[in-house]
Design a protein around this ligand. Structure first.
Ligand code: HEM
Ligand code: HEM
Ligand SMILES: [Fe+2]
Length: 461
């Protein structure tokens, strides 16, 4: 490791992995509740488990992004982090706030939570992904400001590279767009319109810049390809992302009370959105072909290529399936949406976390050439268990989605089933989903186990 302050990334990565274990566990609870509605009721109702599942997902990604930034920015900027102490304080504040929030969801009925946190004084609660009490949202803003400030000071005082500039732009966007979480119009159509400013413009806008920057950093390190080469790809990818992704927000504005022109704007712009994801696949494989070094941490490159491929499938292909307005008319809010949500989030943002963790963790543990062959072998098994698990889960949900649309929205007989009766027909498919979910969880446990495989003594630097 070149700079000692890079070490602050370690607690962020460890905490992100622990949260991921919790997230997947609650996914399994949800999956089982789809089969038996009374499972764990009244201890953990479905709505609470869902909130915990999705909130853990977002928070763990934020921890992984922060860890990634703290790790790669000093190395790129060729200087120590502006304030390692602030980074550690930020970690504890964010971790404690995160744990309190999750415990709040689990221990207090949501309606009571809104009351005891004085939501009526400044209402922001009650929307998917943005369920956090207002006071916690304010805490998140403070954490974000201190984090982005620390990173910005390091970038501005050090060597500026395309990677750090793209990363910083993404992080500023992430923090800035979160401010829409504080805007809750009483009109439901307006509420939804602005809700997507956070949710869509994060995952299909600024987060993609962060993804591109982290991917580029790891690719440079493990392939030794010239920076100029990497920079050209990164510029192209982020340009395509912003050109398509910003107006592409329109694919969420179909039939919700917004003007009709969104049917055209949303369909056309978002049909281009798979392109930057496809470019990422070409990019990762081209860099592998042109590589100048054969880094001994082979599994990090596997994760990098895997991220590009699964993100393209989940976001690009499964996103495109339902992004044209006439199609979305039938598919909106079905299991097809959940299929896409799972593979896109996993492929893009969970896998990039694995990529940077698998590259940097061995170095932070004094294993400069990566983990031992044995540990990498175990990690490779975990890679395939998780990738196949999530692909299987996605395919099961795709079948469920198509079946649901046929029964509920496109009945041959003219008589549509209602939502709950439709769900009963789908239970066999939901059983398959749980099996693949269990496979994914075993994959994660295998990944965590690989950390505990002892190194042969001579390889420790
Ligand atoms: C890292 C892995 C995972 C990611 C990234 C993930 C992501 C998500 C997302 C984004 C949603 C909201 C979907 C939407 O609004 O359309 C969700 C809901 C859900 N997830 Fe996961 N999840 C993961 C693992 C799992 C696992 C292993 C299972 C169980 C087998 C699972 C079961 C569910 C269920 C049942 C819901 C609720 C869907 C609904 O409301 O109808 N998830 N997950
Ligand atoms: C990594 C990037 C992406 C992630 C993490 C992601 C995630 C999600 C999630 C979680 C939802 C469900 C939100 C909800 O209603 O609760 C969603 C909806 C949607 N996504 Fe994506 N997405 C990504 C990229 C894309 C791309 C590139 C496209 C189009 C090509 C796309 C098209 C859509 C559409 C049309 C919907 C609305 C579905 C509906 O009407 O029910 N997404 N996305
Ligand atoms: Fe979107």
């Amino acid at each position: 490791m070149k700079y000692s302050s890079q070490m602050v990334a370690k607690p962020y990565f460890i905490f992100a992995l622990l949260l991921l274990a919790g997230e997947m566990l609650f996914g399994l609870v949800l999956g089982l509740q789809y089969i038996n509605g009374d499972f764990l009721f009244p201890l953990i109702p479905f709505n609470v488990a869902r909130m915990v599942h999705t909130n853990l997902l977002i928070v763990l990604i934020l921890f992984a992004f922060m860890g990634a930034a703290y790790y790669l920015v000093p190395e790129e900027s060729e200087r120590e982090l502006w304030s390692p102490k602030l980074a550690i304080i930020t970690f504890w504040v964010f971790a404690v706030a995160g744990v309190i929030t999750i415990l709040g969801y689990l221990l207090v009925p949501y309606a009571t939570l809104t009351e005891i946190t004085y939501n009526h004084l400044f209402p922001t609660m009650g929307r998917e992904f943005l369920e956090q009490p207002t006071i916690i949202k304010i805490g998140i803003v403070i954490v974000a400001i201190s984090f982005v400030f620390n990173i910005a000071m390091t970038v501005l005082k050090g060597r500026k590279t395309v990677i750090t500039v793209v990363l910083l732009t993404g992080l500023l966007g992430l923090a800035g767009l979160f401010l829409f979480a504080f805007y809750l119009p009483a009109n439901l159509a307006e509420d939804k319109f602005f809700w997507w400013f956070v949710v869509h413009l994060w995952v299909e806008g600024v987060w993609e810049l962060i993804l591109g920057a982290i991917l580029s950093f790891v690719l440079i390190k493990v392939t030794g390809v010239d920076r100029e080469h990497i920079d050209k790809w990164l510029y192209l990818i982020i340009a395509m992302t912003l050109v398509s992704g910003i107006i592409g927000t329109g694919h969420h504005f179909f039939y919700i009370g917004t003007p009709d022109y969104w049917l055209w704007l949303g369909s056309i712009a978002s049909a281009v959105e798979p392109l930057p994801f496809f470019l990422m696949v070409l990019y990762a494989f081209a860099m592998e072909r042109q590589r100048r070094v054969f880094h001994e941490n082979k599994i990090a490159l596997t994760w990098a290529k895997g991220t590009a491929v699964i993100a393209f499938l989940g976001a690009g292909v499964w996103g495109f399936i339902h992004t044209l307005a006439p199609v979305n008319y039938y598919t909106h809010g079905t299991q097809l949406t959940a299929a896409h949500g799972h593979l896109a989030f996993f492929g893009a943002y969970i896998m990039i976390a694995f990529t940077i963790i698998s590259y940097s963790m061995p170095i932070m543990r004094g294993r400069l050439k990566g983990n031992s062959l044995k540990a990498q072998k175990v990690e490779r098994v975990s890679f395939w268990l998780m990738v196949i698990g999530m692909l299987g889960l996605t395919l099961a949900l795709t079948v469920a989605g198509v079946w649901q649309i046929v029964l509920q929205r496109w009945p041959e007989s003219g008589e549509a089933l209602n939502f709950m009766s439709t769900q009963e027909h789908l239970i066999p498919v939901y059983k398959v989903r749980v099996l693949f979910g269990i496979m994914t969880v075993i994959g994660l446990l295998t990944y965590l186990y690989s950390f505990f495989i002892k190194e042969p003594k001579e390889s420790i630097a």
